[in-house]
Structure formats: structure tokens, C-alpha cells
Design a protein around this ligand. Structure first.
Ligand code: M6R
Length: 592
């Protein structure tokens, strides 16, 4: 949560480079933004501008030339949404500027220790304490030592980036919150960011800072250090296969609709990258006595779908929202395989669950999209999903890629890898043909019929149950309509009281063994006045309206879920929501 970006290089428009960079990190928080820079012409203070509100709606005022700048986009934790609480936070003299991602859990304590030095606070944030701590240390130490020692005194998961006027350098540190360093090909420009897409326009050569690593960047170059020992370490530079177009809207009005439309391609791509790792995990599963699938939000629904895929392949497994896993972690042991699912690889609750499972000896396999993440480092095996950068806050293509990997994994354990690859190829082809203007027009027509409703219900069973949960979440997140999802079996046990005349009820169904049961539920809802919308590969007299989806056995849920993504998108647009940045959400939930 919160996006960090810094630039040092040869260009004279560093503030604009940073401004554009943090725009691409806005999915990490959009309560406020700020940019600070050292002008090319000598200045006695660091210059900055900061504002509350979304950066996407704003302009950078400055045209002052500068080669060194940093910027931040904020998801508020300590201190309300205001200009004062926006980052950067400066020391009393205006000679250092700090941006921060994380929470300083001991900031009150640190503030008390600092109080005798009469620092002037301008915000209510935990971050500002960091600026004043560095200011004090600078009286006796250099900038590197001051920043590193200050960082060592912070409790919590944090990443900071500090701009220093005197040495015209940037010092950054990581512990639990991501920072990646970008190196341009000529070795003359450096980028620091919370995530790669922010600087993908300039370079794909990166070093992911590890926890406990710090970096010092100045005109004369870049050095990476172990924060504790202050010893220099060698950069582990990787070239990523992400392309510039992954970080651009490519002609679409929003990243969300671009990413929804990319799915026929991303599903196919994710199926083709992991053969060796899938074999390795499959062997591990065969040897194990217990399999646990965990994740948060959408990833928890992928975990639930995984349980159904596994069961269809005769593999028994359990699943938990990672936030509810701790009471059950004690049942893990060396014969347990925990499969953690995450787009960002930084979700706090999932990380905590993984660490706890490991304490009891479990092996951890992580299915993850972002690269160089904490989850990647603490897991035993990684199954990358290869969906490419997902920039819209709401997860779409990462989720279908997670489903793809889970399906493939279940079939690999069953020794049916080739069958699964062919099925995914067929799925990708069918989705590509189906996701055309006719489908979009049908969904837009439906949206016009139901967009004044405040409550909607989504019903599914078996694999369509996690499908229904995800479908409902997409509607909630992107349109702010209350869309509640249930397994069809739950309906008669209470939920049915909620159905009134014309209440939209989505019935997610497949041509599977529970089809008739689900249609009976549709009939029961219809009898109570519900407006029944079938999302299925068949028509039925129980449906008042139908969105037809590709008929693909277990893989039918992909199309069924995509209908929910598109509905959420069009409902949201119609109701004036921002599809890429829904209110109150952050892409990567790095706090408990
Ligand atoms: O990065 P992760 O996949 O671990 O994130 C988990 C959830 O926070 C995430 O899926 C969230 O539910 C999204 N808002 C879904 O659109």
C-alpha cells in the first residue's frame, strides 16, 4: 500500500519522470500524492509539491529543471487524507525528504524520544518521525549511516526512500515492503520503485531489494548494502520479460477493461510456463499427507476453486482465507503442502499464514504473479502465473491465471498434463471468439435494465460456487452495488427471505451434475419475484435473461466469471465509479 518512485539520471525533467511513474503506481493508493526534487540551480531547500486526491486527476505544476527527484502516492493509514499528510515529509531544515510505504509501529515511542529536540511536526503521519530521526543522526553521521540506522530503529514492515540535498543522493531501504531498482542500459539513469511497471518505459533490467538491503544512488552511481553491517553487496540484476505495453492502456479507456480483454492470451501464456515446477509440485503433493490452499480476497476464491479442481482429480485438500488460517496452522507438519495464492506476493495476511505454516514444518508452494516478492523468497517452490503486470486494483487476469495453474496442477497430479494443456488451449480459443462486441452489447443492455438496483444475488454450486463468490466481488468492487453470493444449497436455509420483486439474481451454471439442482434454485427464486439472469452455456425457461458462455466442462467457470468482470465494469462506469481505482481499496494489502 502506497507507491514509491525515485529517479536519478541525466534528464532535466526528473519531477515529470517521477510524476508519470507514480501515476503508474496509483493502484497502490490514491488518497494523495507528492513529488520532491533538487533543482539543477543551487537551492537551500528541497522543493516539493503535494496534494490530496488522485494523481490521475492532477497536474504537476513545476517546470523547474532537476535531475533527481522522488514521488509518492498514498493509501492513508496514520493521519487523515490531507495535503499536510501527503508525502514527502521533510526535516525541519528542508534538507531531506522522506517517502514511505508501510507502518512504523513504534512511531509514538520514537516521537517521545525525539521530543526534547523541539522538532516541528507538520503532519499527523508516522512517516514524519523518520525525517526528524534522520535529521538528528545527520548531526554526527553521513547520510547513508543516518538513514540505515534510523531504518533499523523502525518496527514494522517498511520501505523508505530519502532525498538528501547536501549529497544530492537518494538512499532507500527495504524491510517487508517492496522496492525494486531499475538500471538503464547505458548505466546513466537509475529508478527506484515499489513495482516494475512504473519504470518499464525506461528499462526492464532490475534488482529486487531483499529485506535488510539498502541502496545509495547519486550522480556517480549506485551501491547496494546490507543495512545492518553496512557492507556493500553485489546487485543481482535480472532482465524481465515484461513489455512496455503491459504497463500502458493500449487504446482502452481503463486498465481494467484492457486486462479483462487480455485473458484469452494470458490464460494460454500461464499454461505454458511451468512444466518443470508443476512436475516438482505434483511429486510433492503425491508424497504429502495434507494439502492446504490459502489466499485473501479473490485469491481465496481461487484457493476454493483449487479445492474443487483437486477433488475432481481425486486429491483431497482444505482451503482457508489466509486471514483465518492461524487457528489451524498447528495441524500442519512436514507432510503438509501449503499452496499460497497471491497476485502481489506481498499480502500481509497471506505472508503471516505462510510463516506460521512453515513454523510447523509445512512445505510452501506459492502461485504468484508479481516478481521479486516477499512470498517468492519465503516459499519453497514458486509457480509464477505469468499474467504480466496487473495494474487495475481489481483483480481479473491474475485470477484467471491462478485458476489456470490450479487446474493444470490438479491434472498434472492425475498424470493428465497433456490433456489439461489442450483443454486450456481450447479454452483460450473459445474465449477469444466469444469476447466480441455482441457479448459486450448484451452485457451493456442488461446493465441498463438492472443498474438502479441496490442489491443483487449470485448463486452457483460446485465450481460455480467460487465462481459466484468472485462474480459478486467484482460487482461490489467496481460498481459499489451490494452483490451477495451464495451456494445454491444455502438458499432455502435463510437467504431466500431477501428476494423481492425484480431483485436481480444471477445463476451461474454449467452442464454438470448439479445443473438441475441449480435450475431448481432458479425456479424458487423466480417464484419469489426475482429477476433471473442465467450465466451459463445453455438457455432455460427458468431464466428471464441469459448471457451465454462457452461450454467447457470444468472450465466453463472462466466464461461465467468473465461475465461478472464485465458486468462490474459497465455497472461501475454507469454509476460514475473509477474502474481502475475503486474507493477505499489498495492493490496490495501489506498491512494486517
Ligand atoms: O495480491 P493478492 O492476490 O494477495 O491480493 C489479495 C486480495 O487483496 C485481492 O485479491 C483483492 O481481493 C482484490 N481487491 C480483488 O479484486
Amino acid at each position: 500500500m502506497c507507491g514509491i518512485f525515485a529517479y536519478i539520471g541525466t534528464r532535466d525533467d526528473a519531477p515529470s519522470v517521477v510524476f508519470e511513474g507514480i501515476k503508474l503506481l496509483e493502484y497502490r493508493g490514491y488518497d494523495s500524492w507528492g513529488v520532491s526534487y533538487i533543482p539543477n540551480i543551487k537551492s537551500k531547500k528541497i522543493m516539493f509539491e503535494k496534494h490530496s486526491g488522485k494523481i490521475g486527476d492532477s497536474f504537476l505544476k513545476t517546470t523547474i529543471k532537476s535531475k533527481i527527484a522522488l514521488g509518492h502516492t498514498r493509501w492513508a493509514t496514520h493521519g487523515g487524507v490531507s495535503d499536510e499528510n501527503a508525502h514527502p515529509h521533510l526535516d525541519c531544515k528542508g534538507e531531506i525528504a522522506v517517502i514511505h510505504n508501510g507502518i512504523v509501529e513504534n512511531y509514538q515511542e520514537l516521537k517521545v524520544k525525539l521530543s526534547k529536540n523541539n522538532h516541528i511536526y507538520k503532519s499527523e503521519t508516522d512517516t514524519e518521525v523518520i525525517s526528524h530521526l534522520i535529521e538528528d543522526r545527520l548531526k554526527t553521521s553521513d547520510i547513508k549511516t543516518s538513514v540505515f540506522d534510523t531504518f533499523e530503529s523502525l518496527i514494522g514492515s517498511n520501505a523508505i526512500c530519502v532525498l538528501d540535498l547536501k549529497t544530492e543522493s537518494v538512499v532507500a531501504c527495504r524491510n517487508g515492503s517492496p522496492i525494486v531498482v531499475g538500471f538503464d542500459e547505458k548505466g546513466k539513469q537509475y529508478f527506484l520503485a515499489s513495482d516494475v511497471p512504473a519504470f518499464l518505459k525506461y528499462t526492464n533490467k532490475v534488482h529486487f531489494l531483499e529485506d535488510g538491503e539498502g541502496v545509495v544512488v547519486s550522480k556517480s552511481g549506485i551501491k547496494i548494502f546490507d543495512i545492518k553491517s553496512k557492507k556493500e553487496i553485489k546487485a543481482k540484476i535480472k532482465k524481465l520479460d515484461w513489455q512496455l505495453e503491459d504497463a500502458e492502456k493500449g487504446g482502452y479507456p481503463y486498465f481494467l477493461v484492457k486486462e479483462i480483454n487480455e485473458q484469452p492470451k494470458t490464460i494460454l501464456k500461464s499454461s505454458l510456463i511451468n512444466k518443470d515446477e508443476l512436475d516438482k509440485v505434483s511429486r510433492l503433493i503425491k508424497k504429502s499427507k495434507k494439502i492446504v490452499l490459502i489466499g485473501c480476497g479473490t485469491a481465496s476464491y481461487a484457493a476454493l476453486a483449487g479445492k474443487y479442481f483437486f477433488s475432481n482429480s481425486n486429491i483431497q485438500s482444505e482451503n482457508y482465507g489466509a486471514y483465518e488460517f492461524l487457528p489451524f496452522a498447528k495441524f500442519c507438519n512436514k507432510d503438509t503442502v501449503v499452496i499460497a495464492i497471491s497476485q502481489s506476493g506481498e499480502t500481509a495476511d497471506t505472508l503471516i499464514a505462510i510463516k506460521e505454516a512453515k513454523k510447523y514444518g509445512a512445505k510452501v508452494v506459492t502461485i504468484v504473479n508479481a516478481r521479486g516478492t516477499t512470498m517468492e523468497r519465503i516459499s519453497d517452490i514458486i509457480l509464477p502465473i505469468g499474467a504480466g503486470p496487473e495494474i487495475a486494483v481489481v483483480s481479473t487476469k491474475a485470477m484467471t491465471a491462478q485458476f489456470t495453474i490450479l487446474y493444470l496442477l490438479s491434472k498434472t497430479v492425475e498424470n493428465k498434463y497433456n490433456f489439461a494443456i489442450n483443454s486450456i488451449e481450447n479454452l483460450s480459443k473459445k474465449l477469444k471468439l466469444w469476447m466480441n462486441q455482441k457479448l459486450f452489447d448484451e452485457i451493456i443492455k442488461l446493465v441498463k435494465e438492472i443498474d438502479m438496483q441496490e442489491h443483487m444475488y449470485v448463486i452457483g454450486k460446485n465450481l460455480n460456487y467460487p465462481g459466484a463468490l468472485e462474480f459478486g466481488l467484482k460487482i461490489k468492487e467496481t460498481s459499489y452495488i451490494h452483490a451477495e453470493s451464495f451456494t445454491a444449497g444455502e438458499l432455502k436455509h435463510g437467504v431466500i427471505t431477501l428476494i423481492q420483486k425484480d431483485t436481480p439474481c444471477f445463476i451461474l451454471a454449467s452442464n454438470d451434475i448439479v445443473k438441475n439442482e441449480v435450475l431448481s434454485s432458479a425456479a424458487e427464486l423466480k417464484a419469489r419475484g426475482g429477476y433471473i439472469i442465467g450465466v451459463a452455456p445453455f438457455e432455460s425457461s427458468e431464466f428471464d435473461a441469459t448471457i451465454l458462455t462457452p461450454d467447457l466442462e470444468d472450465l466453463t467457470i472462466f466464461g461465467n466469471i468473465i461475465v461478472g468482470q464485465l458486468l462490474g465494469y459497465y455497472l461501475g462506469i454507469g454509476r460514475g465509479a473509477d474502474p481502475d481505482k475503486p474507493r477505499n481499496l489498495a492493490k496490495s494489502v501489506t498491512v494486517k
